[in-house]
Design a protein around this ligand. Structure first.
Ligand code: FAD
Ligand code: MLT
Ligand code: ZN
Length: 480
């Protein structure tokens, strides 16, 4: 089928308002959030319902055209943009954004794939419930994208990542069939779990069109603190101390180095440092429980006082108002934006055992800065999950884009080898996409890679679903 006939067929399915082919309409969606890859597409197609998605998939399969599902395009590994040179369509789920239902008695919510995370938060709150997963891109990231990347975020410590919160999935498979898996069952042992296979599949096995999500009871009061301290190991000791005071009320425990705070203050208008002095490390923690807010606050104060006595922390402030809590969180959530504004960095999203993380940060920083002269490591993120964004900034002088192209791959291999050496993962929460594919192939057990290829081949024998992402080709030289 030639391109013209294919595009005419798409227009028949979605109508003229559901398809765009002009370069200016496609451009914002063809480059990934980190601005590392710009792909090609014949069209941006925006279906309004499941039937249209099925018809698009069948037509693309017949025409041999690649489908790249896309939600908010906030992914960090260029999984949601086509590979350069592909004969592809971008399949945007953004118009399928309804909250289909909320069942407060069942603690569940069913939303279409294009529903934006902050809208899901708001819908749950209206029913006295919470959807306990959040991240900096919450105003753009969609439920489909969050499931397809098995996103983590800032509450994994307590509630787990997206797959833990996904009860059911509805998806169009690569042959156009519909998997009607929108169950909200808490227990279901009927063999292989397609829902869990689709979680983290990055659009390579099918198109998620809706999902049922787990809700928890609302806990409207929170205690948010910003703490200055001297080392990452003190930060981990503080986490364990706070847990001994407040149990599992510790919901977030985020590590922010002084260098990241400085980037935010430099690039993001309206931000200001929470503490008067400078500290090599900072922690942002949030505690929530259904108990009296004053109790939680005083437990937090007592934990922090104990930490001060033990010399674990240097200073701390507990937010006095929701506005102040939001201001603390804003600093944490805009770090990536501030980094992006400051120039190029080799970014890594690594996880190691939580207990090994402080040592890893110290040792790996030293090793990288010694080996690659002039680089500066900015390691921030989810200490409580053993997940740190270990970003290596280009030397201050010189062309940072050139540095990234020429030296970035060596830096990344070095960081991933260090991670692998302590039993860690090169992708804690962002996935593999295009950007990590060759490194994933390099450091991963061949048995696992064969199993991934076998699953992909079984479900998508024609290879139309988001090729060039996540599943490395058997010949390593063929991977981007
Ligand atoms: P997209 O970027 O559009 O797509 C991501 C992947 O999912 C692609 O492979 C795409 O093909 C696939 N996909 C999208 N929709 C579907 C669908 N309906 N069916 C099948 N496949 C689909 N991530 C974290 O894990 N933790 C964080 O703390 C975090 N913080 C972030 C902060 C900022 C400021 C930004 C910009 C991003 C952050 N991210 C974080 C990354 C990103 O938000 C998540 O990966 C998110 O899940 C992507 O959602 P999206 O709708 O934008 O998906
Ligand atoms: C975060 O934790 O802020 C994100 O995962 C984004 C990033 O790593 O840049
Ligand atoms: Zn993160």
């Amino acid at each position: 089928m030639d391109d013209r006939s294919f595009l005419d067929g798409l227009t028949d399915i979605v109508g003229p308002s559901g398809i765009a082919t002009a370069a200016a309409d496609l451009a914002p969606w063809l480059t990934d959030w980190r601005e590392r890859v710009t792909g090609d597409a014949l069209a941006l197609v925006s279906p309004k319902n499941v039937g249209q998605v099925q018809a698009i998939v069948r037509l693309a399969s017949e025409a041999g055209v690649v489908i790249v599902p896309q939600g908010g395009n906030t992914g960090m590994v260029a999984g949601g943009v086509p590979c350069p040179g592909d004969r592809a369509i971008l399949l945007s789920l953004r118009k399928m954004n309804a909250i289909r239902s909320i069942d407060a008695a069942d603690n569940s919510l069913t939303a279409e794939a294009g529903a934006i995370l902050s809208n899901v938060h708001a819908a749950a709150e209206e029913h006295g419930r919470r959807f306990p997963l959040s991240l900096g891109a919450k105003d753009s990231a969609t439920i489909g994208g969050l499931i397809a990347t098995n996103a983590g975020g800032t509450q994994v410590l307590r509630f787990g990542s997206m797959r833990n919160l996904t009860l059911g999935v509805e998806a169009v498979l690569p042959d156009g069939s519909l998997f009607e898996g929108l169950s909200t069952l808490r227990k279901d042992n009927r063999g292989y779990d397609l829902r869990q296979l689709l979680a983290g599949s990055e659009g390579t096995l099918g198109i998620i069109t809706a999902a049922s999500l787990k809700l928890i009871p609302a806990a409207p009061h929170r205690t948010v603190a910003w703490i200055g301290l001297g080392s990452a190991s003190d930060a981990l000791a503080l986490l364990r101390l706070l847990e001994s005071e407040v149990g599992d009320a510790v919901e977030s425990f985020e590590l922010v180095p002084q260098a990241a705070l400085e980037l935010v203050l430099k690039h993001i208008p309206g931000t200001r440092a929470p503490l008067a002095g400078e500290h090599r490390w900072n922690v942002l923690t949030e505690l929530r429980s259904a108990s009296d807010p004053e109790d939680l606050r005083s437990q937090c104060e007592s934990g922090l006082a104990g930490a001060l006595d033990q010399g674990l922390i240097a200073d701390a402030v507990i937010a006095e108002s929701e506005g102040q809590a939001e201001a603390f969180w804003k600093i944490r959530e805009v770090i990536s934006e501030a980094e992006r504004a400051d120039g190029r960095a080799a970014k890594h999203d690594v996880s190691v055992p939580v207990s090994a993380m402080p040592r890893f940060i110290e040792d790996a920083t030293q090793a990288v800065e010694d080996r690659f002269a002039g680089t500066r490591v900015v390691a921030f993120g989810h200490l409580g999950d053993g997940n740190v964004h270990f970003n290596v900034r280009a030397p201050a002088s010189g062309d940072d884009a050139k540095w990234l192209a020429e030296t970035g791959p060596q830096v990344s291999s070095f960081v991933h080898d260090l991670t692998h050496g302590v039993g860690g993962s090169l992708s804690a929460e962002h996935g593999i996409g295009q950007l990590k594919l060759s490194e994933f192939a390099r450091v991963t057990d061949p048995t696992l890679l064969s199993a991934l290829r076998a699953i992909k081949q079984a479900l998508d024998p024609r290879g139309i679903m988001n090729p060039g992402k996540l599943v490395p080709l058997a010949n390593p030289d063929d991977n981007p």
